[in-house]
Design a protein around this ligand. Structure first.
Ligand SMILES: [Mg+2]
Length: 272
């Protein structure tokens, strides 16, 4: 499939410019035990730099905060959409925030409740991201997480009607997110910035499905997940994991990565 996608993307690229949209965790960088451990390799950074250098529009679309994305990828000249689009940095450095005070208060309240609920359960990781809230349980066995996750979902069912939030179940994570913020809306907004381009979206999880649905008849959609083959998806193509995404991106960049001077892209901030 990866060679087939390389051919498809290169063929399209000859006709029109591509606009690359990439999710971060599980797509660009392998899933790690904790979000802070999922750092981009030098190879990832070099490939992204190559794509920027070639002036291919590039957006990283993630549920992480913008601040978090900026620290992981200190790159200039790309779109960074954090918090599922709640905070977007444009290539010229301007930042737009989409605020929903009522939803943010709800997130604060939920955070306090989940903090109390999980304090005696080892391995659960709670992450307050401003426009969303994530409960990670990657480090907890299924047997141990089952009861607590059920309790959270049962309690949520009573709130859902009146809430400004929605619950998404991802890969070993429950995420409460502001309803109007989703990756489909992010893609729609950013794609409008580069008319005439063909959007290409790579993503690995439930939250990427909004983007897959929006782009279904508009662009090229790729699910990055070979393990859960039966899981329904609106993506048209499928690759095995971040290593295949990287391979495809490097072929698109068409550069000898070893010869690239990346100091300009990282403003000398990176330690190598
Ligand atoms: Mg992901």
């Amino acid at each position: 499939m990866k060679e087939c996608l390389v051919r498809l993307l290169c063929r399209h690229r000859h006709k029109k410019k591509l606009f690359l949209f990439l999710d971060y965790d599980g797509t660009l960088v392998p899933i790690a035990a904790t979000p802070q451990m999922a750092r981009p390799s030098d190879q990832v950074k070099q490939i992204l730099y190559c794509l920027i250098w070639q002036k291919i529009p590039l957006a990283i679309v993630s549920g992480r905060t913008l601040q978090d994305l900026e620290s992981m990828l200190p790159l200039r000249g790309i779109y960074l959409a954090g918090g599922h689009g709640g905070e977007i940095r444009f290539p010229d450095g301007t930042v737009t925030f989409f605020r929903n005070r009522r939803a943010e208060k709800e997130i604060d309240r939920l955070f306090s409740w989940l903090e109390r609920l999980t304090e005696t359960h080892r391995g659960f990781l709670l992450e307050h991201k401003g426009t969303s809230l994530a409960l990670h349980f990657r480090q907890v066995s299924d047997a141990r997480s089952f009861q607590l996750i059920k309790q959270v979902k049962d309690a949520w069912r009573k709130e859902v009607e009146s809430s400004e939030l929605e619950l998404l179940e991802g890969r070993k994570v429950l995420e409460f997110r502001v309803k109007s913020l989703n990756k489909g809306n992010v893609v729609k907004l950013l794609w409008a910035q580069c008319p005439g381009t063909i959007p290409v979206y790579f993503g690995d999880d439930t939250t990427d499905e909004d983007a897959f649905r929006y782009l279904r008849d508009r662009g090229i959609t790729v699910l990055v997940n070979h393990k859960e083959k039966t899981a329904p998806t609106a993506a048209r193509y499928r690759v095995k994991g971040p290593e295949e995404v990287l391979y495809i991106l490097s072929r698109l960049a068409g550069k000898d990565l070893a010869t690239i001077d990346k100091s300009d892209a990282f403003g000398g901030k990176e330690e190598h």
